[in-house]
Design a protein. Structure first.
Length: 287
């Protein structure tokens, strides 16, 4: 595998992390709301826009359990999605020249139901980019886990994809970095009361792997499904370039700089220095 430090992007990339409150079960309304947010981000120069986990149906398990037909989108064998409810989102991506990453509940061709990141490209085509691998708590009762990671290519940037609980596992971000990722995009849904962990996990994934992290999060709602915002974009040393408040809608825009990425990876060479077994072979001692 080519070491990530030898294949850096040549031009900056402006990205947006969104925090917003979707309406449970209202896929058309949430798609229209997402389209407005994408247009706002694109108007500020963003060429990649990341929206929260399960944004299209909203992260509301009672609704997701009661109306799977109404809350899911359907993927074909090529993982394409053609759903008229999503037309405003396709239009916004085309008009703004932006790639959109947005959370959805997806019915796969084999009948599995996944928490997924849809990717809307700059031509307006919608594909299932990634299926969440690490399901959290009651998600296992409603959804099936994905079976592989994914990297999104935008120009010469390699963008690893994760969803919420995936980012709590260092191995997930490291797998993206080992595949050459320059940044890690994480649509998420963190509940109120989890701000301490929310702010540590994604900064740590950035620092661990000397890569940018774009963390989008839901906000608002009613207990027990009330979300805490705090969307952020982290630099490759885990410092926030932009951060949202714990309440209220926000579109956070920052530019990912390949020179900063190169400087960080030159100074902090963990990706090159890591050992093949990283401590898997162990000894034990008694004191």
């Amino acid at each position: 595998m080519t070491p990530p430090t030898t294949a850096l992007p040549t031009a900056p990339l402006t990205v947006a992390a969104v925090q917003s409150q979707p309406v449970p079960g209202d896929v058309p309304g949430n798609a229209a709301g997402a389209a407005a947010l994408v247009r706002r981000a694109a108007g500020e120069g963003a060429r990649v826009v990341v929206l929260p986990e399960l944004f299209l149906p909203a992260y509301h398990p009672p609704t997701l359990a009661a109306d799977p037909a109404g809350t899911d989108v359907t993927a074909d064998a090529a993982r394409r999605v053609a759903d008229p409810r999503l037309e405003p989102l396709r239009d916004a991506a085309r008009d703004g020249g932006a790639v959109v990453v947005i959370g959805a509940a997806v019915r796969q061709p084999d009948g599995r139901r996944t928490i997924s990141a849809l990717v809307v490209d700059r031509a307006g085509e919608i594909r299932v980019g990634y299926d969440k691998q690490q399901l959290w708590s009651g998600e296992r009762e409603l959804f099936d886990p994905g079976d592989r990671g994914a990297t999104l290519l935008v120009d010469d940037w390699r963008l690893g994809l994760g969803i919420c609980y995936d980012g709590c596992f260092p191995e997930h971000g490291r797998a993206a970095a080992a595949d050459g990722a320059h940044a890690y995009l994480c649509p998420s849904g963190y509940l109120a009361g989890s701000a301490h962990r929310r702010d540590l996990y994604y900064a740590a994934r950035a620092l661990d792997n000397t890569m940018y992290v774009v963390f989008a999060n839901a906000v608002g709602g009613a207990d027990p499904w009330r979300f805490n915002g705090g969307a952020a974009i982290y630099d490759p040393e885990g410092r926030p370039l932009a951060r949202g408040a714990d309440t209220g809608e926000a579109v956070l825009v920052a530019t990912l700089d390949p020179d900063a990425l190169a400087r960080t990876r030159a100074a902090h060479a963990m990706l090159l220095d890591r050992l093949p077994d990283q401590g898997l072979t162990r000894s034990s001692l008694t004191a």
